[in-house]
Design a binder for this molecule. Structure first.
Ligand code: DAH
Length: 360
């Protein structure tokens, strides 16, 4: 074996044996690097005779190309092997069952609003809307609540902050859904039959109150709509909503600035063994305020009180929901609230991260 054959065997063997790219690089430098064995041999060509130079030069070139090709081929093979190994490691068993995700649910308040809306829709009531940030004219004045009227204080109103020089009329977070009556009258005139479900706000926060809650307002105006119509509508609503064959309602004389006469309405119920039953028993539960729309309110809505009349009422939706879904003690709002939400499968409450251990 001549010296070049020895070199060739040495490098091709080394390359065949190399297990990683770094080893290949070392071999490349040792053979073809500036001070590599092949490169040094190339430099010796200058001292050779022309004939010798020609044969050795050609042989060196062949060897150089062979080593180079072997290096490239091995490098590619190593990369392929690495990819194969990675693919084997990252193999996914797509036949494994998936991890289930909790399904979302409709919030109970939204669900009750939908139920209420559907029941009144069957009785010909459309849905009306108004803004939650309302001018104090719509929230109070138009509803016959004068600036000095105690109801303004009773409502624990959130007023929007304003600079002294701000020319805009004062605005509040609406304290009830009643301003939607005015907006609906202005928009469609009479006759009209609408309900207005939505959020309302009062500066009130304790075990039985939250600063945001939900009401549904109703307004029905016609030529001869009376308290008798109000009574029928409410009875129909309660029977359908509470899913009972009959209900008994009690109308108690009351006062609201926007109705005359006014009545608060109670529903007959029983509390037995902490269990609330609607429609029977010896207890009464207040569910809403109502009355015949005050002439001044009709006028504020642009409707002639000499020609039109009708009723309005306002109910608390959160309370309705709690009554329907069997929360025995309204005073234990917080505890009850959780049970009520769970009753609907309100999933977020059962996630261990929410409120720490509170949901247990
Ligand atoms: N707006 C009243 C409140 O929030 C509820 C109410 C009472 C609404 C009588 C009415 C009504 O439409 O006629 O307390």
């Amino acid at each position: 074996m001549n010296a070049l054959d020895v070199l060739k065997a040495k490098y091709l063997d080394g390359i065949a044996q190399a297990a990683e790219e770094a080893a290949l690089e070392e071999l490349r430098l040792a053979a073809l690097g500036k001070k590599g064995e092949i490169s040094l041999k190339m430099r010796e060509l200058g001292q050779m005779s022309p004939e010798e130079r020609q044969t050795t030069g050609a042989a060196l070139n062949v060897l150089k190309n062979e080593i180079d090709a072997a290096l490239r081929a091995k490098k590619e093979a190593l990369a392929d092997a690495a990819l194969d190994a990675r693919l084997r490691n990252e193999w996914l068993d797509v036949t494994l069952p998936g991890r289930p995700r909790r399904a979302g649910t409709i919030h109970p308040v939204s669900q009750v609003m939908d139920e209420v809306t559907a029941i009144f829709a069957d009785m010909g009531f459309a849905v009306a809307e108004g803004p939650q940030i309302e001018s104090d004219w719509y929230n109070f004045d138009a509803l016959n609540i004068a600036p000095e009227h105690p109801a303004r204080q009773e409502h624990d109103t959130f007023f929007m902050a304003r600079d002294a020089a701000d020319p805009r009329p004062p605005h509040v977070l609406r304290t009830h859904t009643s301003p939607v009556q005015i907006r609906a009258m202005q928009k469609t005139g009479a006759p009209i039959r609408v309900i207005a479900p939505g959020r309302v706000y009062r500066m009130d926060m304790d075990q039985t109150h939250t600063p945001m809650f939900h009401q549904v307002e109703a307004l029905a105006l016609g030529k001869d709509i009376s308290m008798a119509n109000l009574k029928w509508v409410l009875e129909e609503f309660c029977k359908t909503f509470f899913e009972v064959p009959s209900v008994e309602l009690r109308f108690r004389a009351s006062h609201f600035p926007f109705t005359e006469p006014s009545a608060e309405v109670d529903i007959r119920c029983s509390w037995e063994g902490g269990q609330l039953k609607i429609g029977e028993g010896n207890s009464w539960m207040e569910i809403l305020g109502s009355g015949m729309v005050h002439p001044k309110v009709l006028e504020a809505g642009g409707i002639d009180p000499a020609e039109w009349q009708g009723f309005a009422f306002g109910m608390g939706i959160d309370r309705l929901a709690m009554l329907k879904y069997g929360i025995p003690d309204l005073r234990a709002f917080f505890e009850s609230d959780l049970r009520w939400l769970r009753h609907y499968g309100f999933a977020a409450l059962d996630l261990p991260t929410v409120f720490g251990g509170l949901s247990k």
